[in-house]
Design a protein around this ligand. Sequence first.
Ligand code: XIL
Length: 331
Amino acid sequence: SESLKDIAARKGMRFGCAVGRRSEGGDSAYEQLLARECGMIVAENATKWPALQPQPGPHRFAAADQMVAWARERRLLVRGHTLLWQARRWLPDWVNQYDFGAAPARVAERLMTEHIKAVCTHFGRNIFSYDVVNEAVDPKTGELIGNVLNQKMGALEQIDLAFVLARQYAPNAQLVYNDYMGPGAGSEKHRAGVLALLAALRARGTPIDALGLQSHIGNTLPAAATAAGSDWRKFLDQVSDMGYDLLITEFDVNDRQLPADVAARDAGVAAIARDYLDLTLSYPRCRDFLLWGMADHVSWLQQWDDARRADGLPQRCTPYDSDLRPKPLRE
Ligand code: XIL
């Protein structure tokens, strides 16, 4: 059947997927499927700060470089994820434990500069788009999340600086703010917080091009998602009106609320996805669509607590099952 990247291209879109642990030589059946279906990839973990620089000192690019080389040989574009993930648990331990001394704002600025400069200059044009900042907004309050860096220099200032540095050291890359605010009820504060952040960055003149919609959906059933459709439309309208492009960066469908029966579950996943994608991809500014895993057995949702099913069955959250057979979501 026609590859997903070709289907996307017919609609003026690009299609891709996150790549996690790879096999020696990079040619397993799953990797062949990725290369066939995708026009771009993003590292699931290999380009995060703690992975690149687990200790202070030089960044360790070997694993990420192998992935980039694998992608280049197959003519896939590569996205960078993520220069800065705001929550404490996603910063390197050594950064959290750093002695910021008597001029803490300057030290925070130096750590960020060294990191972003090292990554952006290393990858150069091999990365065409970066999630510069990931998950900066507290979903419960809509406020900016505090961490050891921005507590020294101001939360908005720190985010602004990250984008300024990314523009300086990756002048040709698309620069994205990435977050997981969703369409459902209960996400009002999260959406409002992201809108406030995007407006504040516009007002400052921060060099930011787009909002990444992570799109780990499925926490609401189809009817609920449809009912909330107008809120989501309002949100996407406001983001577009501010002049931001949109990307779907990490799509998957958590099926924990769907029945155990496999056929019913797969149909439910496809219906939830259709609801969400019909609306979101109707935005002309949303032309990039990436999955967070192509087949069920590699999906992070198998391990993630919030995705665990009460009946203990594995998630069926991606377009291909664990034997690489396409499911209704693929259609
Ligand atoms: C996840 C990975 O899939 C896991 O392997 C890892 O343990 C934790 O991070 N939002 C993001 C991604 O921006 O980086 C996360 O990826 C999933 C949620």
